[in-house]
Write a protein that binds this ligand. Structure first.
Ligand SMILES: *Cc1c(COP(=O)(O)O)cnc(C)c1O
Length: 380
């Protein structure tokens, strides 16, 4: 198809190559080597060190929260954040089916089950309307929280995900969750630097979680961070992720089941160097988004842009095809031409571990599942 051919040429032009163009490659142009070298020279490569502390300070500043806890990856961060708000074995957690598997897995690691509710068409993230409709039908508000009339189980958290860096409608979602006494944990793994009404994503929920995996906007190889404005939860989070050891100069005593979810200082060094460039990365990507936007405005393909009152980090950019056939054709032609593109995730309830979970109709999620394709989004 002509418009697909033109798209391939356009992407090859903006990345100035006919070789393979990945979806998202990391960029190391700052102090990465310097900080890594320093870390090796000091021998503090492991789970304590100055860069871990500096990383936590930087993340708290960037996310405008009181406390950040560095962890080994985003998935572990979400797992612990859920536990911190009291998610227990046998509980349920509301989330979206249109997400990366880590969101649902983090719920399961706590022995809880996801309830999959629909997303909004504009943000591709958890829909406050879907949550409201579900709770009006199934919610049972008791003194100690919200229960599910169908299963009798406690709904102990709501876990929205800011898809590709586009913030969900947080005010609306917060209002509903406050009414039903359900704490929000933001899966902000993809949205470091994104804002909703001029405030950073990750700072709206009881806790928020970022990822620094290799494909994210800022990477340290692997890593994550839990952020919160509730200092006690932050302190508890640090404690749980560092084996729940009671502080003592030389005695080992652990007073509950903790985890070794620490981020090594080596990774934190890389993260600190990357975070110094976050603003530049976001500017660079927002400029690319504008170029895509004006190109796609001329072709008949729909480029996805940020919604009103938000600022997206444009981590992974995407277009919306007309239907499944056109999507598959687009995927085949672009990938055959060495331009990497990828469909959005298959919905969680299609995965064998999650087929049994309670869910709503998922009309928007299924619409997007058939049409959304990510296009190369690396910093140039
Ligand atoms: C990347 C990601 C995570 C966490 O990933 P890690 O690789 O464990 O750091 C969680 N949720 C979503 C939606 C993600 O994209």
């Amino acid at each position: 198809m002509k418009k697909i051919k033109e798209t391939i040429t356009f992407i090859q032009d903006i990345y100035k190559t006919k070789d393979f163009i990945p979806l998202h490659a990391p960029t190391f142009r700052g102090n990465e080597k310097k900080y890594l070298q320093e870390t090796i020279d000091t021998t503090f490569v492991s789970s304590v060190g100055a860069y871990v502390d500096l990383f936590e300070k930087k993340i708290a500043l960037i996310s405008k929260t009181k406390k950040a806890v560095a962890v080994v990856n985003g998935t572990a961060g979400i797992q612990v954040a859920l536990r911190l708000v009291g998610v227990k074995e046998g509980d349920e957690v509301i989330t979206q089916a249109l997400t990366f598997v880590a969101t649902a897995n983090a719920i399961s690691y706590n022995g809880a089950s996801p309830i999959f509710l629909d997303v909004d068409l504009d943000t591709m993230g958890l829909s406050s309307n879907a949550v409201s409709t579900f709770l009006d039908e199934f919610g049972d508000l008791r003194e100690d929280g919200c229960y599910n009339k169908k299963t009798g189980k406690k709904i102990s958290a709501c876990l929205p995900m800011h898809t590709f860096g586009f913030p969900v409608h947080l005010d609306e979602l917060k209002k509903i969750c406050d009414y039903w006494n359900i704490p929000i944990i933001e899966d902000a793994a993809e949205s470091l630097g994104s804002e909703y009404k001029s405030k950073p994503t990750g700072s709206f929920g009881e806790l928020g979680v970022f990822s620094f995996n290799g494909n994210k906007i800022v990477t340290c190889g692997g890593g994550g961070a839990i952020v919160t404005n509730n200092e006690n939860l932050g302190i508890k989070g640090k404690y749980l992720t560092t084996t729940a050891k009671v502080p003592h100069a030389y005695e080992f005593f652990h007073d509950e089941l903790g985890y070794n979810f620490r981020m090594p200082n080596l990774n934190a060094a890389l993260a600190c160097a990357q975070l110094e460039q976050l603003d530049i990365f976001i500017q660079n990507k927002r400029k690319l988004a504008l170029e895509y936007q004006s190109f796609f405005a001329k072709s008949e393909l729909k480029f996805r842009t940020e919604t009103p009152n938000t600022k997206a980090n444009y981590w992974l950019m995407c277009i919306e095809l007309e239907n499944l056939q056109e999507r598959d054709l687009f995927l085949a032609e672009t990938n055959n031409s060495n331009v990497m593109t990828r469909p959005i995730w298959q919905l969680m309830f299609r995965l064998p571990m999650y087929t049994h979970c309670q869910r709503d109709e998922q009309l928007n999620a299924q619409y997007l599942e058939e049409r959304i394709v990510n296009i190369p989004s690396s910093v140039r």
